[in-house]
Write a protein that binds this ligand. Structure first.
Ligand code: ADP
Length: 230
């Protein structure tokens, strides 16, 4: 379980997150939906131990971000918004490098398994610099999943993809979500409808709605979201 309790983040005089609380259970694919600047990336960076909250606590699978950050990181696969890949590395070389950081046993087999899982086989012998945006996202997903984490955190995972690439990444996320907890951020409502089991709407650092998708009638998420942006 991911437990976010009363989390606030203040940058200088700006409050990016304002007393945010929610939990995520296994089997959920949660879409964190909000306009640009709502606080989505900030929350993800706190959960993944990149930055500390100003106030509040987070635990991931029972581990605290404050004094058990190594264990928290072990539970999480993270794909940041600017997918930070090493352009000069080959796909296999990069995945072996990432897997090496986690000291994985049978690294070679695990890299091949990941290449297969995310559908990278036709591009696996190329340099990362040569790949399309869609394939770069697959490499990003493979690096996030290589240590078999319980939790997958994806910051705007479908931004900039063409319609085919979009559908492929969506279906990958749905597949992964069958066995893991997934938290993804987006400012595009259709992304939540296409991938998520639950929508959390965030605006000006506050949770303004939290609803399971099967409890919403058609068009209801659109109405809720438009109320914010108008
Ligand atoms: P989102 O991911 O929803 O677009 P962010 O979490 O990136 O939102 O940003 C939330 C708010 O916090 C924004 O107003 C942004 O300008 C501000 N912010 C984010 N990071 C920093 C930072 N390192 N320093 C100062 N302000 C920041």
């Amino acid at each position: 379980m991911i437990k976010i309790e009363n989390v606030s983040k203040v940058y200088g005089s700006q409050r990016a997150l304002d007393h945010v609380s929610f939990t995520i259970e296994p089997g959920e694919i949660v879409g964190l939906l909000g306009p640009n600047g709502a606080g989505k990336s900030t929350l993800m960076k706190i959960i993944t131990c990149f930055i500390p909250p100003t106030e509040g606590t987070v635990s991931v699978c029972g581990y605290s971000i404050f004094d058990q950050s190594q264990e928290v990181r072990r539970q999480i696969g993270y794909l940041p918004e600017q997918n930070p890949l090493y352009n000069e590395m080959y796909v296999r070389e990069f995945l072996r490098f990432v897997g090496g950081i986690y000291h994985l046993d049978n690294l070679k087999d695990r890299v091949e398994e990941m290449i297969h899982t995310v559908g990278l086989t036709p591009e696996a012998d190329k340099k990362i610099a040569m790949l399309s945006k869609g394939y770069r996202q697959r490499v990003g997903l493979a690096q996030a999943l290589i240590h078999d984490p319980q939790v997958l955190i994806l910051d705007e995972p479908t931004t900039g993809l063409d319609p085919n690439q979009l559908e492929e990444i969506r279906s990958l996320v749905r597949k992964v979500g069958q066995t893991k907890m997934v938290l993804l951020s987006t400012h595009i409502m259709q992304e939540v409808e296409a991938m998520c089991t639950r929508a959390i709407i965030i605006n000006h650092g506050r949770i303004v709605d939290d609803e399971k998708m099967h409890n919403m009638r058609a068009g209801q998420l659109t109405e809720k979201f438009h109320k914010l942006t108008l």
